[in-house]
Design a protein. Structure first.
Length: 631
């Protein structure tokens, strides 16, 4: 037995943490389900980072005397499961490189993040799965330590295990000005505190996203009830008063477990110093929950620069309207963000907000701004934000969204998503949108894992809960799709997209009556939005109600004379009617418009009537090799 040797209690690569004693894998602090045998393989590869591990070594270390056939099948299955857990891909690996007929190499840098005595291994190892796995994993780690692999490839750095990650929610700051028109200021302060705290120490502190936190605005719920619903240990609550450019902010930190008020403070500042105020609150919370900040994290907090008071107000108003998630909201947000930039041309967050607004406006059929104009403006704003402050996760996320949804530049989009998640692993929107990137590639299980992370970070978000169901739908898991849609409707019975998802699930199961009922409800709740009406037309066609389908098609044809952004919607109805030539003509139009719906060509069941046609496969090839063909 090896005693007294330094060994890792945690291995870190990218946004992942791996416990080599138990095989437990976490992504941004959230546990990823990895079966015992793949976990053993991952431990062996990660502890020998940079080295080729041959297939024969893997067989001897892990499978022992099992037959060669069992080993080959088992190893291939393990590598596939590991790649799914790590969001890795054999064609463009970030973690595991395949050496054909030889073995595998773990190519990402690996850090050792804490040190314990190897004598503690058997007693401290967590048990996941069978006792046999616990024994095997400990034996494997001890064997590797004996050969010096860990010491050679892991640089020592002390940190806290992600099992100790603290979860906190910032409740909506109360507007005590007596003026409802100042709601944007109190809501904006809430959102900015979430952002500030979320960036502070993401490995140790997890912060519930804004969408879920805002559910408690004006809610009179007990502390323990909110803590249980959100799964948090601490709550930050506060209030704001304003007189001219002078603000008074009060804040207090509450420990949910015993409802203890750990810390309370009031601040009186000029509006131009509001960012410094947020920094002071963040530092106070770090002290109270014993959060040890690295020099880099401290420097990030210290970078809070004064901001023009009017620019800050315009920015907050922009975020206020952007969060309404409507066509009108986006256009008003754009106006306010542009006013903020006019006041302060170096205001990076205003450019990031502008990118968000243009990106989401351009992602939906709308009468305000053509997609061909909105998306390039989003890209330019995101690039400017990054130029001014490379550390803005939201700017990298917006850029990734445009690269994915409009440019179809898949490698560049993935790099931007990775950078965003590196900067802020707790940013729910980045996980949410990256799930669509994964699904677009046909990587359904990985996409579902990714959006589940977003769901844990933003548990009360209607759109994220609905899009969990959408991932299930694209993965052809229709019963689970229906179940998840019903869960979303329990949260908000009038949410149009959840009704649409439920209709999709019924339609896939050929249950036409409930499908048409739900899709009709979607069209009504969305105010007759044309893309929602189109799926109802498809359902009519597949149910054999061709006259009603043609009526919908006629409405779309009339609108298409001024609206080139509904070509994809028209293709759906034409496909349902069996008019393939016309359907492909509309898909070609959607291709020329760079319609965002085309990113899901590989997986969207609504397009199944066209999937066997050679023209469909050609369209898929062009969408997914666009960048290569341009270069």
């Amino acid at each position: 037995m090896v005693t007294g040797s330094a060994q890792p209690s945690l291995l870190r690569f990218g946004i992942f943490d791996l416990d080599p004693k138990s095989g437990e894998l976490r992504k941004a602090g959230v546990e990823i389900n990895l079966p015992p045998q793949p976990a053993i393989v991952l431990v062996l590869l990660a502890t020998r980072a940079g080295q080729l591990v041959t297939r024969e070594e893997l067989r001897q270390q892990i499978w022992g005397k099992e037959t060669f056939v069992d080993f080959e099948h088992g190893l291939n299955s393990c590598i596939k499961q590991i790649r799914a857990a790590l969001d890795d891909h054999p064609d463009a690996p970030r973690y595991i490189e395949t050496r054909p007929r030889r073995g595998y190499r773990f190519i990402a840098p690996v850090q050792q993040v804490s040190v314990v005595s190897s004598e503690e291994l058997p007693g401290s190892a967590r048990r996941i799965g069978a006792r046999r796995f616990s024994i095997a994993i400990v034996a494997l780690v001890l064997a590797l330590l004996a050969t010096g692999y860990v010491a050679r490839f892991a640089s020592p750095r002390h940190t806290v295990s992600p099992a100790d990650k603290i979860m906190l929610a910032v409740l909506p700051f109360e507007n005590l000005t007596g003026d409802a028109r100042q709601e944007y200021l109190s809501d904006g302060l809430t959102e900015e505190m979430i952002t500030q705290l979320g960036r502070m120490h993401p490995e140790r502190l997890g912060v519930i996203a804004r969408t879920s936190a805002m559910q408690y605005k004006k809610a009179r719920k007990r502390t323990d009830e909110i803590g249980r619903e959100l799964g948090v240990a601490y709550l930050l609550e506060g209030s704001l008063r304003r007189a001219g450019d002078h603000v008074r902010v009060s804040a207090q930190l509450i420990q949910v477990r015993d409802e203890t008020h750990l810390w309370a403070e009031s601040y009186e500042r000029d509006l131009r110093d509001i960012l410094a105020l947020q920094k002071d609150v963040a530092q106070a919370i770090a002290r109270e929950i014993d959060l040890k900040l690295t020099p880099q994290q401290q420097a990030r907090l210290a970078r809070a620069r004064p901001v023009d008071p009017r620019a800050y107000e315009f920015y907050l108003k922009g975020r206020y309207f952007w969060n309404k998630r409507s066509e009108e909201g986006y256009t008003r947000a754009i106006d306010y963000f542009e006013q903020a930039i006019a006041r302060d041309p170096a205001y990076a967050r205003a450019y990031a907000g502008l990118a968000d607004a243009y990106a989401l406006l351009g992602s939906m059929p709308n009468a305000e701004l053509p997609r061909s104009e909105a998306m390039p403006r989003a890209r330019a704003a995101a690039l400017k934000a990054i130029e001014l402050d490379e550390g803005l996760a939201d700017a990298h996320t917006s850029l990734a969204f445009v690269l994915m949804h409009f440019d179809w530049d898949w490698p560049a989009a993935q790099r931007e998503f990775a950078r965003a998640l590196e900067l802020n692993p707790g940013y729910a929107t980045a996980h949410h949108w990256y799930a669509f990137w994964l699904m677009a590639q046909g990587r359904a299980e990985e996409a579902l894992l990714e959006i589940r992370v977003a769901q844990r970070l933003d548990p009360l978000s209607l759109i994220i809960n609905t899009d969990v169901g959408e991932m299930l739908y694209y993965g052809r898991r229709y019963d689970e799709t229906i179940e998840q849609a019903r869960r979303a409707l329990e949260m908000e019975s009038g949410f149009a997209l959840a009704h649409r998802l439920l209709g999709w699930g019924y339609l896939a199961k050929r249950q036409f009556a409930p499908a048409i009922e739900q899709l009709g409800t979607t069209a009504r709740l969305s105010g007759g939005q044309l893309d929602q009406l189109a799926v109802l037309g498809l359902a009519y066609a597949e149910a054999g109600r061709r006259a009603e389908a043609r009526k919908v098609l006629h409405q779309l044809e009339q609108a298409s004379q001024q609206r080139p952004d509904i070509a994809h919607s028209m293709a759906l109805v034409l496909a349902g009617l069996g008019e393939k030539d016309q359907a492909f003509a509309r898909l070609e139009q959607a291709y020329r418009e760079h319609d965002g719906s085309l990113i899901l060509l590989k997986v969207n069941p609504l397009l199944d009537p066209l999937r066997s046609d050679a023209r469909f496969q050609d369209l898929v090839r062009r969408v997914f090799t666009l960048v290569a063909s341009r270069s």
